[in-house]
Design a protein around this ligand. Structure first.
Ligand code: X2X
Length: 356
């Protein structure tokens, strides 16, 4: 009997040891980021990684890899590599995952989210609402873990030619966009000549003047990249927004203890507040600045449009009538893409934004 108990204990101990071994953490978890470390997106990734490392006493060591280097520059391959496990975590953009996940084109519908009195509240309402849950489900259906939202920001147009006051002013303009189909449709509908170029090669393209402009969020990318070096005109049209989300390979996620999963989710919630504040600073009702002051992380530039003007950019903002002309010119794109995204999701988003 004694012998049997001893054997049972031995077997149990072995099993325990094996779980401990199979659940051993990696020395480093790779976190993929498409733009550079100084972008708002990059800073949010660093904030998240630092938070997790600190709160887990170094058990979970996440390292951000910037500049789409884990995808050799090919930003639309990120989902595939997270699924395969070549990437452990990503702070991903809906834009880069939407070629594979049609639902993620929702916030890229032109003049959709910004067609609301408070465009940031509208974005938050989608993420917190039924439509946000539908987006999360669509992401998780591919087999990855959704961890939390963040934000690159509303995308504004910078051009070497201009100013742009009406769609006709964009006629024939060569504009760099990423290789995501809805962008080609939007800019074609506006009469421009969209060029699909990965972000990793875009800056060389700006330097060489092979395009007349591009679109990216002002705080997150245009200012850190000193876009005024190449483009003198800024068109503040908020035509679409680029939400980011934290995600992890499913196996990697399941390998963490419940306690560490909880910490990661907490850090993601903090990173959401931080990332959104960086994106919205100087464009909202002052909430972003108050939050950044509270956590002691106000960036050097807190008045974005003043910074652009100081660097010689001419900033064009539209009247509601001017926006209407762009809205009309892109009606067909909204109609076509609503079918592809799923009319139910688009309706749910409209209801969420209305209730905000
Ligand atoms: O490619 C872009 O423009 C960027 C950096 O904003 C994205 O990855 C969507």
């Amino acid at each position: 009997m004694k012998h049997l108990i001893g054997k049972a204990l031995f077997t149990l101990a072995c099993a325990g040891l094996m779980t401990a071994v199979s659940a051993a953490y990696k020395a480093e978890y790779k976190l993929s980021v498409v733009p550079g470390a100084t972008s708002g997106w990059g800073q949010t990734a660093t904030f998240f990684a630092d938070c997790v490392r600190n709160k887990t006493d170094g058990r979970v060591n996440i390292k951000p890899y910037f500049g789409a280097q884990l995808m050799a520059g090919k930003q639309t391959s990120e989902l595939l590599l997270v699924r395969r496990g070549a990437i452990d975590f990503a702070l991903a953009s809906t834009i880069n995952w939407s070629p594979q996940i049609k639902e993620l084109n929702l916030t890229a519908l032109p003049f959709f989210v910004a067609n609301n009195p408070n465009r940031y509240k509208a974005m938050d309402a989608i993420e917190a609402g039924k439509s946000g849950k539908m987006l999360q489900d669509a992401i998780e259906k591919t087999g990855v873990k959704f961890i939390g939202w963040s934000e690159n920001g509303f995308r504004e147009l910078t051009t070497s030619k201009g100013p742009i006051n009406k769609p006709e002013d964009m006629k024939g303009m060569k504009l760099r966009v990423c290789g995501t189909p809805i962008f080609i449709d939007i800019f074609t509908a506006l009469g421009a000549n969209p060029q699909a170029i990965n972000w990793s090669e875009a800056v060389t393209g700006f330097q060489q003047g092979i395009v007349d402009g591009q679109e990216n969020p002002t705080n997150g990318i245009n200012i850190p990249m000193k876009m005024w070096t190449w483009h003198k005109h800024m068109t503040d049209w908020h035509y679409m927004i680029d939400p980011l989300f934290l995600t992890a390979n499913k196996k990697v996620w399941n390998g963490f203890s419940k306690e560490d999963q909880k910490i990661i989710l907490e850090c993601a919630a903090e990173a959401e507040l931080y990332g959104k504040a960086l994106s919205r600073l100087g464009f909202d009702n002052g909430e972003a600045l108050a939050y950044l002051q509270k956590i002691g992380k106000v960036p050097a530039v807190s008045d974005p449009n003043a910074e652009l003007k100081k660097n010689g950019m001419e900033v064009t903002s539209f009247t509601p009538e001017q926006i209407q002309a762009f809205y009309k010119a892109t009606q067909q794109v909204r109609d076509n893409w609503t079918k592809k995204i799923g009319p139910e999701l688009v309706k749910a988003a409209e209801a969420d934004m209305k209730a905000a």
